[in-house]
Design a binder for this molecule. Structure first.
Ligand SMILES: [Zn+2]
Length: 99
């Protein structure tokens, strides 16, 4: 775990890391380009298995995560995920009725 006095490395909207005095509110996975809550059960079990931490990134907020090209976790951010999915389909020109 991070110590309170540490500087936090967060990811900016351009996908580049930067140093912040405050911790991120959302976690993400660099490989799968997913972001979710810090207490996401999927992320926590992956961390427990030891395969996640090296790829973990943090975001200050949701807008930054989306701008960096990450998508919401379908487990812990169900509502955001549905909204994201609708947005993707709108971009692809698929009608709402498809969903
Ligand atoms: Zn999640």
């Amino acid at each position: 775990m991070l110590k309170p006095r540490d500087k936090f490395t967060l990811m900016g909207p351009d996908g580049k890391p930067y140093s912040s005095a405050s911790p991120g509110t959302l976690g993400g996975h660099r490989g799968s380009k997913l972001y979710g809550r810090l207490d996401c059960p999927t992320a926590l079990s992956a961390i427990a298995r030891g395969g996640y931490v090296a790829h973990r990134v943090f975001f200050p907020d949701e807008a930054t995560a989306l701008a960096a090209g990450y998508r919401p976790c379908s487990v812990c951010m169900r509502r955001e995920y549905e909204a994201w999915k609708r947005q993707q389909s709108a971009r692809a020109g698929i009608g709402e009725r498809e969903w």
